[in-house]
Design a binder for this molecule. Structure first.
Ligand code: NAP
Ligand code: ZN
Length: 352
């Protein structure tokens, strides 16, 4: 298959800093859309993958799955978008399109495994996929989203992962007017969860370890902030929440949060992947018919629904725009939870 070269930023090993590199992108096939990348958000998953926190990273890793850009060209069979359109790509660029999950618009649960935007298996080139820390990308039209033109494209980029990852559980667990929602961790995902839950009409509480973020949380739309390291503060919200969205990236004890669920409440883990430490105590789950669940990103139709909702309600991320050359420093700040609340790379810095 024919390829073209593209400028990118990536890493060759778990410990090497990200640096400039040249990657191959396929020539668009009949169903492909070639996109000039304008902005790419920086997700904590980018850092996990660059550093192989989850195992299975294939190097070089070129991260980035919060991509906003303009269509450069389309294949002959593309009907969804045309050159010049403002479009987006999130965490998936392919799936089998045949299994029951794909048929139900749940590509993120493809029974044959979805293809991640980076570090997935590129079925066309038979190498790992390369993400959005790059000047352009070529994607099957099914996985290309249409961006509402009224949103600032840089600030909207994080909707493609942080937005949809929190939107999907809010919708699945029917959050609406009067629901009592809590969010654990005020980072990229957490701040989008607050904004989206608030816009859906919920009463929103933030659990944070960082007292200095309280005012920000209230400004973002939280009605209440609980400092999770303060046992007395935690007791005040015992038995309160219908749903908790837990965005913490590292292993932590879930039991204190289960205690704050109402009867029939659900704690949805979206942040940490792996075995828990501090075993889950089933007693409060059994005696309160409580659920501990997980959720991964969202389907393509649901992502478009979320983008349209954000367009209508003028919801975007709080961002700090960076140059691609500052990505290593941005990763270090992310490890220290020093992001308010999403870095977004202006890709002009790569092209210049
Ligand atoms: P982030 O911006 O770094 O935010 C994480 C927040 O969690 C921090 O701001 C901090 O908030 C809190 N936190 C960090 N370390 C903690 C610790 N050791 N103990 C307790 N709290 C801690 O990260 P993000 O981009 O939102 O991503 C969050 C996680 O979700 C990552 O692991 C990412 O890989 C994962 N993710 C999952 C999906 C999915 O589909 N399930 C999709 C995207 C990302 P406070 O200062 O308020 O405590
Ligand atoms: Zn992400």
């Amino acid at each position: 298959m024919e390829t073209t070269q593209a400028k990118a930023f990536g890493t060759e090993t778990t410990i090497a800093p990200l640096q400039p590199m040249t990657i191959e992108r396929r020539q668009p096939t009949a169903k492909d859309v070639e996109i000039d990348i304008l902005y790419c958000g920086v997700c904590h998953s980018d850092l996990h993958t660059a550093r192989n926190d989850w195992g299975g990273s294939v190097y070089p890793v070129v991260p980035g799955h919060e991509i906003v850009g303009r269509v450069l060209s389309v294949g002959g069979g593309v009907t969804k978008v045309k050159p010049g359109d403002l479009v987006a790509v999130g965490c998936m660029v392919d799936s089998c399109k045949q299994c029951s999950s794909c048929e139900e618009d749940l590509e993120q649960y493809c029974l044959n495994g979805f293809t991640g935007t980076y570090n997935g298996n590129d079925k066309h080139l038979n190498i790992q996929t390369y993400g959005g820390y790059s000047e352009k990308v070529v994607v099957d039209e099914h996985f290309v989203l249409t961006m509402p033109e009224n949103l600032d494209p840089a600030a909207a980029a994080p909707l493609l992962c942080a937005g949809i990852t929190t939107w999907s559980p809010l919708r699945h667990w029917n959050v609406g007017e009067g629901s009592k929602v809590a969010v654990v961790g005020l980072g990229g995902l957490g701040h989008m969860a607050i904004k989206l839950a608030n816009a859906l009409g919920a009463h929103v509480t933030l659990f944070s370890r960082t007292p200095g973020k309280t005012q920000d949380a209230l400004d973002l739309g939280a009605h209440e902030v609980v400092i999770s390291t303060d046992a007395d503060d935690m007791k005040k919200v015992n038995g309160k929440f219908d749903i908790i969205i837990d965005t913490v990236p590292y292993v932590h004890d879930l039991n204190p949060y289960v205690a704050t669920l109402a009867i029939n409440g659900t704690l949805v883990v979206v942040g940490y992947l792996g075995p828990l430490e501090h075993m889950l105590n089933t007693v409060p789950m059994i005696l309160g018919r409580k659920t501990v669940a997980g959720s991964v990103i969202g389907g393509i139709a649901e992502t478009q629904e979320m983008l349209d909702f954000c367009g209508k309600h003028n919801i975007v991320s709080e961002i700090e725009t960076i140059k691609i050359q500052d990505i290593n420093e941005a990763f270090e700040r992310m490890v220290k939870s020093d992001v308010r609340y999403r870095f977004v790379i202006d890709m002009a810095s790569l092209k210049g």
